[in-house]
Design a protein around this ligand. Structure first.
Ligand code: ZN
Length: 199
């Protein structure tokens, strides 16, 4: 009798849109850090989430989420002044690092931090600005706590692919130790960090 009742109730529950979405939702297991490998401005226009969205549209990237198309492959963009911009929603699979897109979140710092490409600052700051690093650490700490991602699984793109991204001047060790500290200490919510949403 009990089982006879539980089966239809279970089926009904499963097909509720929210339950189904929860069942199908992926949980990010790592965070991948990138740089845009560009100056902060190109042809007089800032390189930001909107510009990267347009660039990725030309490369054929795109995903539809709740009726809106997102071309940008990253989940967040951090500008040199520390502004954090949303890219595609966290629920969406990214398009930023081959082989690990499925279970990772992608964050792009605007700038070129590779000494071979930007040796003396002709393409803007040779390493991330203090404001940019602080925003990145805060954002990663929040994501680590939300998804229970260990600090060791916050990687550079170069750690998971054949690339120099985010450049040899990205201060990875310093970043890791500050992030570890920030994760333990707690911090602001993502909503407080977003100065501008791409929607
Ligand atoms: Zn990259």
């Amino acid at each position: 009798m009990c089982i006879l009742l539980l089966v239809p109730v279970g089926i009904w529950l499963f097909w509720q849109p929210d339950t189904l979405r929860l069942f199908l939702s992926r949980r990010p297991e790592s965070i991948i850090i990138h740089h845009s490998a560009s100056p902060p401005r190109v042809h007089g226009r800032p390189v930001d989430a909107a510009a990267i969205d347009a660039m990725h549209a030309r490369r054929g990237f795109g995903i539809v989420h709740e009726g809106k198309v997102y071309h940008i492959g990253y989940h967040y963009v951090v500008l040199p002044d520390g502004t954090v911009q949303a890219g595609r929603p966290e629920e969406c699979v990214g398009a930023h690092a081959r082989h690990v897109n499925e279970h990772s979140l992608g964050i792009c710092l605007v700038g070129n931090f590779h000494s071979a490409e930007n040796p003396s600052g002709a393409q803007g700051p040779v390493r991330p600005t203090p404001a940019q690093m602080d925003a990145l650490i805060e954002l990663c700490a929040r994501l680590c706590r939300t998804y229970r991602i260990p600090v060791e699984r916050v990687c550079r793109h170069r750690d998971v692919g054949e690339t120099a991204c985010p450049g040899d001047r990205f201060p990875f060790e310093t970043f890791q130790s500050h992030l570890r500290e920030r994760v333990e200490r707690g911090g602001r919510s993502i909503k407080d960090l977003l100065w501008q949403r791409g929607e």
